[in-house]
Ligand binder design. Structure first.
Ligand code: HEM
Length: 321
């Protein structure tokens, strides 16, 4: 039996070291990886353009949808990469983290195509465009996304980076990534739980967007647990709290999959006060229906993990007295 385990561990070591070597290959790292993805992607974009009817508003609108579908997987990947690495350290997650900026540039390339089609739509098919945009909020969400995007691209290079302090840089990139994840995630959530006849791609992208954020929550929980272990607080969570945390997470998962049953009533409840109904018109994503499940799962994870010790500061102060 132990012989078999040894053989298995040798095979695994060879496989991972092989994978490590493969993933260090220059052609699938850095700028070459970017070109490897973005050139065929742009070729597909041109091919789709040649087949689309760009003389109508609906044709251009279809190209807006087509181009953004190329972009979305990359922003989900960028959001999830470091958390996947925290949860499952290994050569593949390390490769993801190493190439995170280049996946970000792939996202930006696809979004630049979308930007071009939006420009055509808003300048040539203005009436169609105005009919398609229902709320000022939609316009604001899109515009904020397009403000973040170039700011993030420019500050990814030293020429732009030097104008920001490290804290400002981190703030810009973190909030930009969250915002650019939040936009498509909410689009697919509404496609599933509000509009009729969702397509399979709506399910696929909703699940991918959900998982991308869920792994962030799980990685956060793992770090809290590790911090607690360091402080010797491994067993600080009572069985009752453990059970409660598990139940809250299970409830969050139920909320994530059952929007069709609660969306109308929860939206009505959350927008009942006049100030809240007013916010719907202009405040991005308000009242956050797509994200409720993730808030709940985050809360459940907080209950399940002890987290860093908060009383250390007080102890340290009283010790010095
Ligand atoms: C002012 C800026 C923007 C405008 C005017 C705009 C406009 C549109 C329009 C008209 C569609 C419908 C396309 C169709 O017929 O299917 C669409 C779809 C979409 N847009 Fe935007 N958009 C903007 C910015 C953004 C940003 C920043 C994101 C974030 C990544 C984004 C993500 C999406 C997604 C995910 C879809 C659905 C694509 C699908 O059908 O799968 N948009 N947008």
């Amino acid at each position: 039996m132990s012989g078999r385990v040894e053989v298995l561990s040798i095979v695994l070591t060879i496989m991972t070291s092989d994978l490590k070597t493969i993933l260090k290959n220059k052609s699938i790292n850095g700028w070459r990886l970017f070109l490897l993805i973005s050139i065929p992607m742009s070729a597909f974009m041109v091919a789709a353009m040649l087949n689309a009817d760009l003389t109508t508003g609906s044709g251009v609108s279809a190209m807006i949808g087509f181009s953004v579908r190329w972009a979305v997987p990359f922003i989900f990947l960028v959001l999830a990469a470091s958390s996947i690495h925290i949860l499952f350290p290994g050569p593949l997650p390390a490769w993801l983290v190493r190439n995170r900026p280049y996946f970000g540039f792939c996202f930006a390339t696809a979004m630049a195509w979308q930007g071009l089609f939006i420009f055509i739509m808003s300048s040539v098919f203005r009436e169609y465009y105005l009919e398609d945009v229902y709320l000022l909020r939609d316009e604001l969400e899109g515009t904020i996304g397009y403000i973040f995007l170039p700011a993030m691209v420019v500050t990814s290079f030293s020429i732009g980076r030097k104008y920001l302090t490290p804290i400002q840089w981190k703030l810009l990139h973190k909030s930009g990534i969250y915002f650019l994840w939040a936009y498509p995630f909410s689009v697919y959530w509404w496609n599933l739980f509000y509009y009729e006849n969702p397509q399979s791609i709506d399910y696929l992208y909703y699940c991918a967007g959900f998982l991308a954020f869920a792994v962030r929550i799980a990685a956060w929980g793992k770090k809290r647990r590790q911090a607690a272990n360091k402080n010797g607080r491994r067993n600080d969570i009572s069985p009752v709290l453990t059970l409660l945390g598990g139940m809250v997470i299970a409830f969050g998962l139920l909320v994530a999959t059952s929007g069709l049953y609660w969306q109308k009533s929860i939206t009505a409840l959350l927008t009942a006060p006049a100030w809240s109904a007013n916010l719907v018109l202009w405040f991005p994503f308000w009242p956050f229906e797509p994200y409720l499940s993730l808030f709940i799962i985050g809360f459940g994870t907080m209950l399940l993990t002890p987290g860093p010790r908060t009383d250390t500061v007080f102890e340290a102060v009283s010790e010095t007295k």
